[in-house]
Every structure is written in C-alpha cells, then in structure tokens.
Design a protein around this ligand. Sequence first.
Ligand SMILES: *[C@@H]1O[C@H](CO)[C@@H](O)[C@H](O)[C@H]1NC(C)=O
Ligand SMILES: *[C@@H]1O[C@H](CO)[C@@H](O)[C@H](O)[C@H]1NC(C)=O
Ligand SMILES: *[C@@H]1O[C@H](CO)[C@@H](O)[C@H](O)[C@H]1NC(C)=O
Length: 300
Amino acid sequence: MAAHTLCIFLLIVHLPLVGGLAVDTISGDPVQFPETEQCRERGATLQHTLTGGSSQAVARLEDVWKPAAGYKDRMSPNESVVLNRSNINDQGLYGLTCGSEEKRIHLNVITSSEKSVPEGQAAGFTFHYFTAGELGRYRVERNTQLVFELDLSSGSTSQGSGFENRTSVAPHWRSDGDLTLTLQGVKPEDRGDYFLYVLKDRKRGHLQAVRMRVSPAVNTPEERNPDQITCTPQPPCKETLWIPLSITAALVLVALGVVCRQRICRSHVSPGGGRSLTEEESQPITDPRVPEENGHASSA
Ligand SMILES: *[C@@H]1O[C@H](CO)[C@@H](O)[C@H](O)[C@H]1NC(C)=O
Ligand SMILES: *[C@@H]1O[C@H](CO)[C@@H](O)[C@H](O)[C@H]1NC(C)=O
Ligand SMILES: *[C@@H]1O[C@H](CO)[C@@H](O)[C@H](O)[C@H]1NC(C)=O
C-alpha cells in the first residue's frame, strides 16, 4: 500500500538525514508526507518549521487528517497528508508529532525543466560541475532508479538497467566540467523525472531535475509526404520538430514552458499554428496551469 502511494506521487524518499526522512518533489506536483498514513493517534500534528525557528501548523489528525488554516485550498481531509500543489515555500523541515513519537521530515521542492524528445532520438541533459580537483560521484536517476554514474576521481562509469550502452558524457568532462549526459535512442519508457546531482560526503549537490516526455518518432525525410514542410536542420529546430504537426501537442508543450524559439520554423508552419503559438508564447512561464499539468502527468 505504502509503495503504491509512493509510486502515484512519484515521491522520492532518499538517504535518511540524521533522525529523519527526506522527500523530494517537483514543484507543482502533489506531495504526500510519509508516515502520516501510519499515524492513528488522534490529535497528531504536522508542523512546518519556518526560517527563524517558528513553526506553522499544516494539518491535524482527528478522525482523518484535516488541513490547518492556510492549507485548505491545497489539502483535502484524508487518511494521509497530501498537499496538492507543492511550491517552493513548502520546502524545509516538518515535524510529525504522533502520540509520544516525533518524526522529522525534510521536504525538498525542486524546480524541474521540461523536455520533449522524439522517440529514437538522443536526449541531452545539461549539467556542468567544477571537476577540477573536486571529488564525488556524478549521478543521474530516473524515478529513483540509477541511469548513469560517474566517479569523478577514478573516471569509472556505471549505467542503470535499461540504459546500458545508451548513456555517455563527453570525454573532455574532466578538463571543462561539462557533464551533460547524452541518452541515445530514446524509448517511450524513458519518460519520467530525471534527477542529476553530485554525491559527495553523502550529500547531494547541484541537484537538477528534468521531466522528459517522449513524442512519436520523427519520420525520416524519405517517408515524409512531399507536401509536408520540413525545418531546415538548424540545431534549435530539433527538439520541437513535431510542434507544427500537432497544434494540441504544441499548446501543451508551450504551456509547460517549452517556448518554441524556432522563429525559423514558424514561417514554414500553417498560419493558424503560428498564431496560436505566438499567443501562448506571451504567457509567463509561471502559468498557473503548469502545476495541474504536472499533477495529471504524475498520477497518470
Ligand atoms: C486535491 O487533489 C485531490 C486529487 O486530485 C482532489 O480530489 C481534491 O479535491 C484536491 N483538494 C483540494 C483542496 O484541492
Ligand atoms: C488521499 O490520499 C491518497 C493517498 O493516501 C491519495 O491517493 C488521494 O488522492 C488523496 N485524496 C485527496 C482528496 O486528497
Ligand atoms: C553493451 O555493449 C557490450 C559491448 O559491446 C555488449 O557486450 C553488451 O551486450 C551490450 N549490452 C546491452 C544491454 O546492449
């Protein structure tokens, strides 16, 4: 049951901190507080410790967990504490008081970037780190499973199951610190949340998250309908070749903050498509629909 719930929320409970649990969530996703489902003590509370040491009530257990004032718009009474749309201010330390037991939960809210890669193509996960003399291990995980690991002192690498022979970093990483990971031959099952970080002294540093979607394979030029217009093969066109082919997909992508920078492409697209892209482009990146999209995606 607990495992099932963790899966639904894409919660990532990682290395325990001293006396507590740590949970990662991507900003906008729902977050379920671990252990709240197991607690059955009436009067139990969950408190968020704020900067400066004061704390703020989040929820209280009566017959079910009820949200405290300030959380009613994001939390429904439930068997466990679930905040529907996590935001950066939710980050930090929480205290769960369950009867005589006190548990500490550290919530890490990470802003992710979005990426859509056509099936069969290579995906690049940009990452730069000071590798001159710094030690530690560079790790990339997908939904908590190892994708790639590079020992920054020995240079030895390992690849996660399903990613064998498909991942690499440029050979000059040691001199220029470019640890951008290339994943070849993207498959539909590669979709998900990628976390990139350097593990040093049991701490994760430079944590970055990328939510990757996989779009249908791009036809080879021979297979294309001759009437169909292709983008000139300029690098910025690559990632969004499919936008002109599906306006729905384009709207979703743009809403997710993937701004089509391909003004070069647009002149080849049907005028209707171009217009809606322009309207959407003017929307701020902090479009309030983003969290909902994320929520749906992660519970799908
Ligand atoms: C939180 O999300 C759940 C599941 O999507 C939904 O049923 C509930 O109404 C939401 N609650 C609030 C207060 O937004
Ligand atoms: C209640 O919690 C469960 C997980 O324990 C979750 O799947 C469900 O969406 C939550 N419901 C609401 C209304 O928040
Ligand atoms: C990866 O490459 C090695 C060497 O070419 C090969 O022996 C191995 O079977 C490959 N593994 C997979 C999963 O393709």
